[in-house]
Design a binder for this molecule. Structure first.
Ligand SMILES: NC(=O)c1ccc[n+]([C@@H]2O[C@H](COP(=O)([O-])OP(=O)(O)OC[C@H]3O[C@@H](n4cnc5c(N)ncnc54)[C@H](O)[C@@H]3O)[C@@H](O)[C@H]2O)c1
Ligand SMILES: [Zn+2]
Length: 374
């Protein structure tokens, strides 16, 4: 088992990464000052696979576990209506300030559970047990909580750091190749922003991993690979969050690499394009823009494009460049309509840039459209 600590003074917490951690959860929990009542928030698909194991382990350690299942099992669960249901369930279960919420699932479960934990009785303990690759490397860490409005995603939320994050890579076994490819976009992102070694590892082993996944031959080497990439990714995110917990210093923004272009594609498609596919495309676009303005070598961009095409699912889009540009200007990270982009300088190094002109951005969007790509 690997342990990475997020150092945030009194809000510091451990992230545990390993195999078979779910069956020793009770023991891990004993190190926290929570309980005895814990409410596990999950959904049908996830709870049917893992809840029994967790419940048994918690029971053996003297905890009283209750289960609350979200209704839909997808993004629709991040609504104000479901949040109210969850608060009511917490109150019915008579959770008190010593109780804890356990978020068992992907980023959707994590985000709404964290929001509920941060507001119920003005904040109770939260433990994240992420079960998708995206949630393990991204959403479970860093303390951002959120629900969606009908008009915009993730616009209502709080900051609330978890007390512990438990990443059991064996839980990822039941995800399908498309779900894996979707999450790999964020892993490539970490390689691009801060970890060239991770990037190289993906270049060397990405094909092997997906072919074993497709053949169904999944064993110790594949789990070891997952443990390694999850740990590398978490370390990047943890170090950034430690230096800029609330995104006030500009550094946390580098985690948004590929996201300004990506969010525009997601919105233009009315969220038909999955997040990871939009981000994969967004990174290609950011790399191309950086190459054109002369700050990112062509060879590096070629490597980035090759890796993304191999292990993610970039999309061929046909939205007009003007439409995408205006959506980019509405992005949360823009200031007064001025687009601030995270652009690469090298594999493993990015910077925030607000000097690119609309014309340059439009031309990249146009040049990478369906039918125009290289
Ligand atoms: N808080 C943050 O910092 C942050 C960061 C990135 C993304 N997010 C949010 O995360 C969400 C996306 O998360 P996601 O990609 O994990 O999607 P998701 O939570 O919708 O999960 C995808 C699907 O996989 C299922 N699932 C989860 N674990 C499984 C398992 N082990 N086996 C089989 N099925 C499983 C889920 O039930 C769901 O149907 C978005 O709402 C996004 O806004 C938050
Ligand atoms: Zn993302």
């Amino acid at each position: 088992m690997k342990k990475i600590t997020v150092h945030l003074k009194e809000r510091s917490y451990p992230i545990l990464i390993g195999r078979g951690l779910l069956s020793s959860l009770g023991r891990l929990f004993k190190t926290l000052e929570v309980g005895p009542k814990v409410l596990v928030v999950s959904n049908d698909r996830v709870a049917s696979r893992f809840y029994q194991t967790i419940q048994n382990s918690l029971k053996r350690a003297g905890f009283q576990a209750l289960l609350f299942k979200l209704s839909h099992g997808d993004e629709r669960d991040k609504s104000e209506k479901i949040l109210t249901k969850l608060w009511e369930a917490m109150s019915r279960a008579r959770l008190d300030r010593a109780s804890a919420i356990i978020a068992l699932g992907g980023g959707v479960v994590g985000d709404i559970s964290a929001f509920a934990a941060s507001t119920y009785m003005r904040g109770i303990a939260l433990i994240q047990i992420p079960t998708t690759l995206l949630a393990q490397v991204d959403s479970a860490i860093g303390g951002k909580t959120a629900i969606d409005l009908a008009s915009a995603k993730n616009v209502v939320g709080t900051f609330h750091q978890p007390k512990m994050v438990v990443c059991d890579v064996e839980a990822l076994r039941s995800l399908n190749p498309r779900e894996f490819r979707n999450s790999f976009a964020e892993v490539v992102k970490y390689g691009m922003i801060r970890n060239p070694k991770l990037f190289r590892l993906l270049e060397q082993k990405g094909n092997w991993f997906f072919s074993s996944l497709e053949k169904g031959s999944f064993g110790s080497p594949q789990y070891r690979f997952l443990e390694t990439i999850v740990s590398h990714s978490i370390r990047v995110k943890a170090r950034v969050v430690e230096q800029d917990e609330r995104e006030t210093k500009g550094l946390r923004m580098i985690l948004n690499y590929g996201h300004t272009f990506g969010h525009a594609l997601e919105s233009a498609s009315r969220f038909k394009i999955p997040h990871g596919e939009a981000i994969a495309t967004g990174m290609i676009l950011a790399g191309e823009l950086a190459r054109r303005i002369g700050i990112f070598p062509r060879k590096a961009q070629d490597r980035q494009v090759r890796l993304i095409k191999r292990i993610c699912r970039p999309v061929a889009y046909s939205y007009s460049a003007n439409r995408l540009l205006s959506l980019m200007k509405r992005d949360k990270k823009s200031r007064n309509g001025k687009i601030r982009l995270v652009l690469p300088r090298a594999i493993g190094k990015v910077e925030v840039c607000d000097r690119t002109s609309d014309r340059q951005i439009r031309s990249v969007l146009e040049g990478c459209k369906k039918g125009h790509e290289k």
